[in-house]
Design a protein around this ligand. Structure first.
Ligand code: PLP
Length: 701
C-alpha cells in the first residue's frame, strides 16, 4: 500500500466526490443554461454548491465563481486589478508604482503579475515582499511600500513549508499605510485547514483549487469581494453571471460540492487538534530516524498537515529515492529535475543556509488522514532510517551492509572514488571532493576501515588541500599511519610501483603510471600527471585518469581494454580510450514487451541499479528466465561485479532497472559506450513495471 504524503501537490479524489462526479455525468448531465427540467436540475446543483462554499469560506455577499483551478483564479484576479489600475491611470488618478507579492508565493503569482503587467502595458515594478527565517512577511517592509502599491498578493499558507501568513497583520499594515492597493490572498493550501473569513477581512480576491482537497483536478473557485473590479478572463456565452463564460464543469462542481459537504458535516475530516497530533507523531518519527534532521519552518506557525525538513549530508534526491522505495510518496522542497533537486526558492527567500535549501523534503497529508495511515507512515519512516543506517548514511549501525570494491561518489560535475578491501578493513580514496568528506568519514567509521592512502590525479596544490580536508573530517581511529612520506599526489614514498588491495585470491592491484606533459592539448599545455591503475584478474583494468581522458599517451601506457575513470559525474565518468560509437538501437525495453524480450534473450541478467538503502526497503522482483543481480549505480565501476566484469563477458545480455528508468538508462548507455553490445534499460523503471502488473514478476522469496 502506498503511503501518500504529498497532499500539498495534489490529493486523491474522495469516495463521495467520485460518486457525485459520476452522478453528474450519468444523471444530472444537463447544461445549467438550458431551461428544461434537466438543465434546471444542473442549475440547482451549481447553486447548491456555491451556497455551500459561500458559508464555508465566509464569503458574505462576495461573488464566488467556478474556475478550472487556482492558476485561472490568479490570472482573473490579476487581470481584474491591473485592468482597474489602467483605468485609474487613464482617469488621471494615482495608481502607485509597485505590484507586490510575497517572496514565497507560488510561481503562478509573480508570473501572472509579470505577464499581465506586460500585456496591459502598465510598466509597473513587480517586487517581492521579503520574508523572515520563519517564512512570515516582513510587515515593516510592507508598511514602507504599501502606499505606493497597486496590488498586493500574499498567500494564506505556503505550499512548501506550510507557514501560515499573518493575514490580519497584513490587513492592518495596508490599512495603516492608507493603501488603495487591491489585495489578493491565494487560499489554495488553506482550504479545509484554516478558517478564512473572507468577507470579514478586506480581501479583494481569493483563488482556490479543488484538487488540493480531495476534489478532481480541473475545478476551482475564485472569491471576489463586492465592489472589487472584475474583468472576465473568458468571454463568451455569459455563464457564471458573465464572470466566466464556457459551459460549466458539472462533474467537477458536483465533486467539489461533495468535498465541501464533508467539510461542513465534520465527519470525514479530522479536527485541527487531531491533525496537529498526527503531525507531531510524524515529526518525532523523522527525528528518531534521521539524526541531525532540522525542520525548515517553525511548526507552531505552520499548517498542521505539512512538514518540511533537511538532513545534513543527505540531498533531497537521495531521500526521495529512499522514501519511494518504501512506497512513501513525498516531494522535494520544490520541483525536482530528473537528476537533481533544484534548491528551493522558498527556503532561499527565508534565508536558510544552502545545505538546507538543497536538501529539503516536504511531507504533507490531507485532513482525511486517519490513525492507521499515520501509524503505517511512522513505521515506514523508521524503516527508512534503519536502511540508511545499514548503508552507513545516518547514525551508527550494528549490522552495516558489506562494503567491498569500488564505490563512486558523484556530484557537481566531478567524481571521487573509494576503494575498499573489506576483508583487510583497508580503504583508499582517489580524488577527494569536499562534499563527500562527511560521507567517506561515516563509511570508514561504520565499517571500521583504515584509510591507507588519499591519492589524486589533480595538480599538487589542489590535491594537498583536498587530502588535508578529508583527513580532518575522518576520525583518528580510521587513519592508518598515513604516509608522512607521501608525495604531492598522496603516493607513499616507501611503496614501489604497486599496492595490493586484497588477498591474492581476488587480487586487486593498484599501481601508479606517469602521464608525460601534453603540449598538444587543445585547451593549452598540460603538466605531467599520475594515473592510478587498478587491476583484477579476469577483468579489464580500471584507470583513474582525472581530466586526462584524451591524453595521447594513454593508449600506449594502458593495457588493451582498460576502462577509464575520468573526471565526469556518474556513469559518464566511465570511458574507453577509443570511444565506441553510441548505440544505434534504442536500448529501452517497455514493461509491455518485457515478457517477450526475456524469452528472446536466453541468459539475461537483470541488474537492479538502485542504491542499497532502496534495495533494502523493497522486494527484489523475480523474473522467470533471468538471473537477478543487485549492483548500485555507484558501484558500476566495480571490477568484480560491475561494468569491467560484464565487458569480459560480452555475450551476456544485461537489462538494467531502477525506480523510474533514469539511472538504468545511464547504466545501459554506459555499457554500450564501453563496447558491450547487449545492454538495455527497463523504460519507466519499477514504477511503470509495477503499474503494468506483469504476471511474470513475483515477490522475492
Ligand atoms: N497556489 C498555491 C499555493 C499552490 O500550492 C498551487 C498548486 O500547487 C497553486 C497556486 C496553483 O494551483 P493549480 O495548479 O491547481 O492551478
Amino acid at each position: 500500500m502506498d503511503i501518500y504524503l504529498d497532499a500539498n501537490a495534489t490529493t486523491p479524489v474522495l469516495a463521495q466526490a467520485r460518486t457525485a462526479a459520476i452522478q453528474a455525468m450519468v444523471d444530472d448531465y444537463g447544461n445549467p443554461s438550458s431551461i428544461h427540467s434537466t438543465g434546471l436540475k444542473a442549475k440547482a446543483l451549481i447553486d447548491g454548491v456555491r451556497a455551500l462554499a459561500r458559508r464555508l469560506l465566509g464569503a458574505g455577499d462576495g461573488q464566488l465563481l467556478f474556475t478550472s483551478g487556482a492558476t485561472e483564479g490568479i490570472q482573473t484576479a490579476v487581470l481584474s486589478s491591473l485592468g482597474a489600475l489602467r483605468e485609474r491611470r487613464e482617469r488621471g488618478e494615482p495608481v502607485g508604482s509597485l505590484l507586490l507579492y510575497g517572496a514565497t508565493e507560488h510561481k503562478a503569482v509573480p508570473e501572472a503579475l509579470k505577464h499581465w503587467n506586460r500585456l496591459l502595458g502598465l510598466g509597473l515594478q513587480v517586487q517581492a515582499i521579503p520574508v523572515g527565517t520563519d517564512g512570515q512577511h516582513d510587515l515593516a517592509w510592507l508598511a514602507g511600500h504599501a502606499a505606493d502599491a497597486g496590488l498586493v498578493c500574499t498567500m494564506a499558507a505556503n505550499n512548501e513549508t506550510g507557514v501560515i501568513s499573518d493575514l490580519d497583520g497584513i490587513a492592518a499594515t495596508l490599512q495603516a499605510a492608507g493603501s488603495r492597493a487591491f489585495w489578493m490572498v491565494d487560499g489554495v493550501q488553506a482550504l479545509g485547514k484554516l478558517p478564512l473569513r473572507l468577507a470579514e477581512r478586506r480581501i479583494d480576491y481569493a483563488p482556490f483549487s479543488g484538487h488540493k482537497l480531495y476534489a478532481p483536478k480541473g475545478i476551482g473557485l475564485l472569491y471576489v469581494r463586492p465592489g472589487a473590479p472584475f474583468t472576465p478572463l473568458l468571454a463568451g456565452g455569459g455563464q457564471e453571471g458573465s464572470l466566466r463564460s464556457g459551459t460549466e464543469n458539472m462533474s467537477g462542481i458536483a465533486a467539489l460540492g461533495a468535498v465541501l459537504a464533508a467539510l461542513e458535516d465534520g465527519r470525514t475530516f479530522r479536527s485541527g487538534a487531531q491533525l496537529q497530533r498526527f503531525r507531531d507523531r510524524l515529526a518525532e518519527a523523522l527525528l528518531a530516524a534521521f539524526p541531525g534532521l532540522v525542520f525548515n519552518a517553525p511548526l507552531a506557525g505552520s499548517l498542521p498537515t505539512t512538514l518540511n525538513f533537511s538532513v545534513p549530508g543527505l540531498p533531497s534526491r537521495l531521500l526521495l529515492d529512499l522514501f519511494d522505495a518504501a512506497d512513501v510518496r513525498v516531494s522535494g522542497g520544490s520541483a525536482c529535475s530528473a537528476a537533481q533537486a533544484a534548491p528551493s526558492f522558498v527556503l532561499q527567500a527565508m534565508g536558510l543556509p544552502d545545505w538546507q535549501t538543497a536538501s529539503a523534503v516536504r511531507l504533507s497529508f490531507g485532513p482525511a488522514a486517519d490513525e492507521a495511515f499515520i501509524a503505517e507512515a511512522v513505521a515506514r519512516i523508521a524503516a527508512c532510517g534503519l536502511a540508511l543506517r545499514r548503508s552507513c548514511l545516518a547514525g551508527p549501525s550494528e549490522d552495516p551492509l558489506a562494503s567491498d570494491g569500488v564505490l563512486q561518489l558523484s556530484a557537481g560535475g566531478a567524481s571521487s572514488w573509494l576503494l575498499v578491501d573489506g576483508e583487510r578493513r583497508q580503504a583508499w580514496v582517489l580524488d577527494p571532493q569536499p562534499e563527500f568528506n562527511e560521507r567517506v568519514a561515516r563509511l570508514l567509521r561504520c565499517h571500521s576501515l583504515q584509510l591507507h592512502a588519499v591519492l589524486d590525479t589533480r595538480a599538487p596544490l589542489l590535491a594537498a588541500t583536498a587530502r588535508a580536508d578529508l583527513l580532518q573530517a575522518c576520525d583518528a581511529a580510521n587513519l592508518a599511519q598515513l604516509a608522512a612520506d607521501a608525495d604531492a599526489q598522496g603516493w607513499p614514498g616507501r611503496s614501489d610501483a604497486v599496492y595490493t588491495l586484497a588477498p591474492p585470491a581476488s587480487a586487486l592491484q593498484l599501481s601508479r603510471l606517469q602521464l608525460p606533459a601534453d603540449a598538444t592539448h587543445p585547451d593549452g599545455p598540460r603538466a605531467a600527471q599520475p594515473v592510478w591503475l587498478l587491476q583484477r584478474e579476469g577483468a579489464p583494468a580500471l584507470a583513474f585518469v582525472g581530466g586526462a581522458a584524451e591524453h595521447p599517451a594513454l593508449a600506449q601506457l594502458l593495457p588493451a581494454g582498460t576502462v577509464l575513470c575520468s573526471e565526469a559525474t556518474g556513469p559518464a565518468a566511465l570511458r574507453r580510450i577509443t570511444a565506441a560509437s553510441e548505440p544505434a538501437a534504442q536500448p529501452a525495453i517497455s514493461p509491455a514487451t518485457l515478457a517477450a524480450f526475456v524469452r528472446s534473450q536466453p541468459g539475461l541478467r537483470l541488474v537492479d541499479v538502485r542504491e542499497p538503502y532502496e534495495q533494502l526497503l523493497s522486494d527484489m522482483p523475480a523474473l522467470h528466465g533471468a538471473e537477478l543481480q543487485a549492483l548500485p549505480l555507484s558501484r558500476l565501476a566495480d571490477p568484480a561485479q560491475g561494468a569491467p566484469a560484464w565487458l569480459a563477458e560480452p555475450g551476456r545480455p544485461l537489462l538494467f532497472f531502477c525506480r523510474s528508468g533514469g539511472r538504468s538508462l545511464q547504466a545501459a548507455q554506459t555499457l554500450r559506450r564501453l563496447g558491450h553490445p547487449a545492454a538495455w534499460t527497463l523504460e519507466g523503471g519499477l514504477a511503470m513495471w509495477q503499474a503494468q502488473g506483469e504476471p511474470v514478476f513475483m515477490p522475492a522469496i
